[in-house]
Design a protein. Sequence first.
Length: 346
Amino acid sequence: MAEGTKQQPAVDMKNSKIVRIGLVVADAVKTAKRYSDIFGVGPWLFYDLTATEVIFHGQPVKDDEAGVRMAVANLTGLEIELIQPLYGPGAHGEFFQKHGEGIHHISFGAVENYDSVVSALKSKGIGIEMQGKLGDAVTFSYLDTVKELGAIFEIVKLAPPDVSSELTPWGIYSPPAPSLLKMEGKRLNQIGLVVDDAEGVSRRYEELFGIGPWTLMTSSINRLPVDKTRPIIPSKAVLHGIPMISMDLHLKISIAYCGDMQIELIEPLRGPGTHWDFLKIHGNGAHHLSFGRVDDHDQCLTALQRQGILIDMAGPAGRGSRFSYMATQKDLGTIYELVYAPPEQK
């Protein structure tokens, strides 16, 4: 489509900031403490919250209360929200039953013209996964965008200024000691989503949120042993903690920015690989959060491995670089990525 003739998106979120990542976890207290141990995250605020006036899958629920335990803290400028389902019908409990722990939603936080945004997206076929009120403070909406965009997105409507909107935490927890990893200079800069159609999902981001342009590429790592008696071992290639004697990884990748956060859409074409596993088991969804290139990549891996945290997948990333997805799902609710780059590329 020629420049200047593109259709206007349903809502313009291109320059909006992604303010929060919501993860469903089995135990919010235990997971928060592990974030403090590993990343030095804190202080954590803990809430037991009951959502009322709940709409679930587009329908009001008969039992209109859904309870969660929530822990909230800041990780390198991004709010991390750990959500433990407690009771009642809701998206968090359903997610946990289907997928276990993982990234549940990506949040734009409070948006202007909230009702207009919901209406505009509805006109484009985007419904509500779940909506509810938390006290008099906020109305939240989880948009039913997993199939279209690879993840649930959240928008929030704040209470009017004359309404008391304070949610009261029941507890606070601060890191008791220096963290396992040195966090100075590190920042979360990418959300990696596994999808079944990277090109199609890219178009929907533009149509719905105005997010783009997208850079589309293919990534292939094809290192198969020619002689089975003398296998080729790719340098530092690992899958689920197991050294790989062959690698036949093919991905279609599409990248764009929403504010200062990179969104990476990953369509696995051939495996084995962590993305291939995720798509086949989970379907479309948020696969990892990334710190990108870090100066102390190898030291971080060593420190994590001493804690029993293995590498979910690692391999070459071109020009001497390599990626490492750490198997932090049980400790932190999702995979975290670290990237090594040679000094001349930094």
